[in-house]
Design a protein around this ligand. Structure first.
Ligand code: ASP
Length: 439
């Protein structure tokens, strides 16, 4: 067995946290490749090193003095080095960084130094080889991640080293210029390394014991999801559940490598397993509930719409022409509804309405605002009768007016539209009927 382990910023925020990470890695010889983030917050009022780096570089770029900011960053690392009693100095690296900042090396380069420096410390602490991600992770000229070149170079490199630290979050263009992934991108690096190493599992260590069935800001201590499929996870993350970067599943998914979300502060917890497919039933019929506020619905009516070929295309073209992406399109015999993000839509609504009139000639168009969408996700719904019925009777009992229902044909999810004001109560009502009753 071969494992790739990625540790998030809160797991590496201080020497104390580093020690926990060291214990976790040393307790299992299969944990061969380590992907660290930059040091995160030590307490809630603290600032992540990545954010310090962005701020420091912004000063450098505008030609202001940035010595104090860089010193603060250096002190964060020195505190860790001292706490771990390492014989290591980062003076040379900081000299280079100062020079590069003066020469305006770019904010991607600046931000990447958080992981770069933490990787050097981690490698020294573990006695593992350090591999600079800029040498093994590549972007093409258009700035897109170059998965095949990366996989070729990285697997070749890893085949020559049994244990290594590869910093997360960045790679480089063919000419060596550093580029980062989007925020939280060390999760992606972990996945890329897992694929290249042909790992048996990708362990993603963070500060929670896995994905929760529902948002803990709405539900008091919801249970952890034991096992979730990649597809269920996509549905839930799209609807706002965050723990793992959305793009992190793609490299491992194509190789069938499971991801195990674990808690650095409670290493004995089993965490959540993210898998391609499973015959394990989820405990509660549903796997999870998530949702987002701030949608508008555009309801378009036209008599005999059902027999008019091309009507849907014309309506959607009006959105496309105005650069608006749609979220859901439930439809009836003579109605079609398009859900869009309110913030994107608000400035363009009249343009879209007139375009729909021009292109599709409907009878009426009616816009509703301040709507929320709630997704009830679960592979178990397919084989359980009455799930939708239970949801709607629970919502009726809670006095919630359901404005839209959309069940994907995969029967993996049911999307419910309610008003923003009913958002929390909708989640509570659904949670109570499926989860709370079984706890
Ligand atoms: N340090 C980077 C960030 O804060 C990347 C990461 O932690 O995954 O976004």
């Amino acid at each position: 067995m071969k494992k790739v382990v990625k540790f998030g910023g809160s797991s590496l925020a201080s020497a104390e946290q580093f020690k926990k990470v060291g214990d976790i890695i040393r307790s299992d010889a299969e944990r061969q490749y380590v992907v660290p983030s930059a040091p995160g917050k030590r307490h809630s009022a603290d600032t992540k090193v990545t954010d310090l780096l962005y701020a420091c570089y912004a000063k450098a770029e505008s030609g202001k003095d940035f010595k104090a900011e860089l010193k603060e960053i250096k002190e964060r690392y020195e505190e860790i080095i001292k706490g771990l009693k390492l014989d290591l100095s980062l003076n040379e690296q900081f000299k280079t960084i100062e020079k590069d900042f003066k020469e305006k090396a770019g904010d991607n380069y600046a931000a990447s130094r958080g992981e770069f420096l933490n990787g050097i410390i981690m490698a020294s602490y573990l006695g593992y080889e350090f591999i600079d991600a800029a040498e093994v992770i590549f972007f093409d000229e258009a700035g897109e991640f170059d998965s095949e070149k990366t996989n070729r170079v990285l697997s070749e490199r890893l085949s020559k080293t049994e244990r290594a630290v590869i910093p997360g979050f960045y790679g480089a263009y063919a000419d060596g210029r550093v580029k980062t992934f989007s925020r939280g991108g060390s999760d992606i690096t972990g996945s890329i390394v897992s694929r290249a190493a042909k790992a048996d599992v990708y362990e993603n260590w963070t500060d929670v014991s896995g994905f929760l069935v529902a948002d803990p800001r709405i539900i008091d201590t919801p249970p952890v999801i034991d096992t979730i499929t990649y597809r269920e996870l996509r549905e839930l993350s799209y609807m706002g559940a965050t723990v793992l970067h959305e793009d992190a599943i793609f490299p491992v998914r194509r190789e069938g490598i499971p991801i195990n979300i674990r808690n650095t502060n409670m290493p004995e917890d089993r965490g959540t397993w993210i898998v391609e497919s499973t015959c394990q039933k989820s405990k509660y019929v549903i796997t999870g509930i998530a949702g987002k506020k701030g949608f508008c619905s555009v309801n378009i009516e036209k008599d005999m719409m059902n027999s008019e070929i091309g009507f849907g295309r014309k309506v959607l073209q009006a959105f496309e022409d105005n650069g608006i992406s749609f979220e859901h399109v439930p439809s009836g015999i003579d109605t079609m509804t398009v859900f869009v993000h309110q913030d994107d839509f608000i400035d363009k609504e009249q343009k879209v309405v007139s375009a729909i009139h021009r292109l599709a000639d409907p009878d009426t168009i009616d816009i509703e605002s301040d709507l929320a969408l709630v997704a009830v996700v679960g592979r178990g719904m397919k084989s359980t009768r009455g799930t939708a019925g239970r949801i709607f009777s629970a919502l009726a009992h809670a006095n919630i007016n359901v404005r839209m229902i959309d069940q994907g044909s995969s029967e993996l999810n049911i999307i419910i539209g309610v008003s923003n004001d009913d958002f929390d109560n909708t989640i509570r009502a659904i949670y109570n009927i499926f989860v709370e009753v079984q706890l």
